[in-house]
Design a protein around this ligand. Sequence first.
Ligand SMILES: [Zn+2]
Length: 97
Amino acid sequence: MVDDGQREAAPAALCPDVYLFHDEELPPERAAAFVAHLPGCGRCRSELRWLAEMDAQAARVLGIGRESAPMPPIVWLLLILLVLQVLLVALFIRGSP
Ligand SMILES: [Zn+2]
C-alpha cells in the first residue's frame, strides 16, 4: 500500500552476507543468492560500493607508502660510512705534507 519510496526512510538493516560476499567468503550458492538480491537492496549496493572505495583507497595508500618508503637503515649506515670516509680522507690529505 504505502510502498512507494517510503522504504527508503526506514533504516534498512544491512544483510549479514554483505561482508562475507565482499571478502569472497560466501559459498557459491549463497554468493549467487546475494548477487540476485542486490538489485532490490540499495543498502547492500551502497555498502559494497563503500567497501570497494575503501579497498581502492587502502591500495592507493599502500602503493604510495611503498614508493615513498623511508630509507632503510642500511642506506643510512652507508651514507654515514661515506661521510666518515670523506672526512678521514680530508683529514689524511690535510695531515700529509
Ligand atoms: Zn541486502
